[in-house]
Design a protein around this ligand. Structure first.
Ligand code: ADP
Ligand code: MG
Length: 279
């Protein structure tokens, strides 16, 4: 067995040398792991070969370890790239969310959502609640989970999204812009209701909602109850049409609690706590 490993190591070493000299001459390396763009394997090959020789591992086990490391490395790279492309305002995972601070939240429900079945089932998730209760944090946390599950995600604030759609419409690029928000498997629209939306903006938002309806799940966050969305969108008819589509397949999570931003002030008794109620 040791002899087999020695001969394999010798062969790899020769291939690697050949690869190096070809690289030096500007030609493609002969080593298949290099040719196959198996970058992690190239980096780890020497150490894994030594390890396999010492352990007298079988070829199958060696290959298994080598490919497992390659896959793990490629997955990590994809996650990093997709996290960057998602344009999150911050990167905070669900693990860093303190559920004990927000007793109105059902931790189990969030854990279920983190398995991302809602994406597979084309369901929307809507977080409602006053400022500081963690709506954006939870939306980003679920977005990161979706990326880990291999989905493409895009984050935008309602104001940013409507400004971009309005600009695109005036420049004759609306279709292109709508596509940008339609293509990602999961779209997160944060802060609906913080800034007033005019009728034209509401119409553009409705077009986007219509495109994603029953095709692309969304996570929406708002500090306004659904009953106030008529005011948010400046038109009760458009607001009803938007809500009709959003809520057809949706999980609504109402957060009733204290702002996390006021955590220290609450502790010091400088502000009064709100009474938590379950959803
Ligand atoms: P909202 O979107 O509801 O206004 P955010 O999600 O922006 O609130 O939360 C405000 C800040 O407080 C963020 O930095 C967020 O990470 C943090 N935060 C909110 N709730 C919690 C919590 N329960 N545990 C840990 N951090 C929290
Ligand atoms: Mg927020």
């Amino acid at each position: 067995m040791a002899e087999r490993w020695l001969s394999l190591s010798w062969w790899w070493a020769c291939e690697a040398r050949r690869g190096r000299s070809r690289r030096g001459s500007g030609r493609c390396s002969g080593l298949s792991v290099v040719r196959g763009r198996l970058f992690k394997s190239r980096e780890r090959l020497e150490a894994l070969l030594q390890d396999a020789t010492a352990k007298e591992a079988s070829y199958a086990d060696f290959l298994d370890t080598l490919l497992a490391e390659e896959v793990a490395s490629k997955t990590a790279k994809h996650v990093t790239m997709r996290t960057h492309l998602a344009r999150f305002p911050f990167v905070k995972s669900l693990d860093t969310f303190d559920f004990s601070y927000q007793p109105s939240l059902d931790k189990k429900q969030l854990q279920t959502l983190s398995s991302c079945h809602f994406i597979e089932h084309g369901e929307n998730v809507v977080f409602l609640g006053p400022p500081g209760v963690g709506k954006s944090h939870l939306a980003v946390g679920l977005g990161l989970k979706a990326i880990e599950h291999g989905y493409r995600v895009l984050f935008a604030t309602a104001a940013g999204l409507i400004t971009a759609l309005t600009k695109a419409a005036t420049e004759g690029r609306l279709e292109e812009r709508l596509k940008l928000y339609t293509v990602p498997r999961l779209l997160i629209v944060d802060e609906i209701g913080y800034l007033p939306i005019d009728r034209a903006g509401a119409n553009l938002f409705f077009q986007l909602i219509s495109r994603r309806y029953e095709r692309g799940p969304m996570i929406l966050t708002s500090n306004q109850s659904f009953g106030s969305w008529g005011d948010v969108f400046g038109d009760p008819v458009i607001a009803t049409a938007i809500l009709d589509r959003v809520l057809h397949h949706a999980i609504t999570i109402n957060i009733r609690g204290n702002s996390y931003r006021l955590k220290d002030k609450l502790k010091a008794g400088l502000v009064k706590p709100v009474e938590a109620t379950t959803t």
